[in-house]
Design a protein around this ligand. Sequence first.
Ligand code: SF4
Length: 180
Amino acid sequence: MESEENLVKTCIEAGAYKAFVISTGKIPFDESFRSYCEANSCGNYGKNYACPPNVGGSKELIKKAKSYKKALVFQTVTQIEDSFDFEGMKEAALKHSNIADTINKDIKKQSDNYLQLTAGKCSVCEVCALIENKPCKFPDKAISSLEAYCMNVSILAELCHMKYINGKNTVTYFGAFLFS
Ligand code: SF4
C-alpha cells in the first residue's frame, strides 16, 4: 500500500473534501449502534444483503474490521439548496459513490486485501437481490456501511480531524478503506 500521504492525496484528487489514515485500534466501535439499524429509519433493514441483519452480527463485524491494521477515512461534502432539496441529496449520494469508486480503483491496484465501507446501503445493483429472494449478485463487490460495522462516525470524524456536519445546506458522507 502507498504511503499514508499518497493515500490521502488519492482521495483529495478523486474529489473528497478531507481524508485521513487512522489505526483501526483507534476507531470507536459501539455495538449499541445496531439498535439504530433495527429502528429502520432508512428503510434498508432486512432489505439489503450489506445491511443488518443479513450482513452479520455486530461482534463478528467489529472483529473483522479490527483484523485490518489501518483505515483510510474520507468525507465528501456537497452544497444543496435547502433541507427539502431531495434531488440535491440524491446527487450528493451519487457524487460520493463516484468518488469512492475512483478511490477504489486506485486501492485495488495496490492490494486485494482490503475492506471498503460506504454511507448507507449497498447500491451496486438497482434492486438488491434480497428483495427478490435471490442470492447476492456480486458478493465480491457488495459494500456495507461504516454504521453497519458499528462505527461511531461522529467521534471517528473528530479523530480524523474532520467535521461530522459541514455547515447549513450541505450534505456530508463518509467512506473508508480498511487495509493491513
Ligand atoms: S451487490 Fe447487489 S445483491 Fe449484493 S448486496 Fe449489493 S445491491 Fe444487494
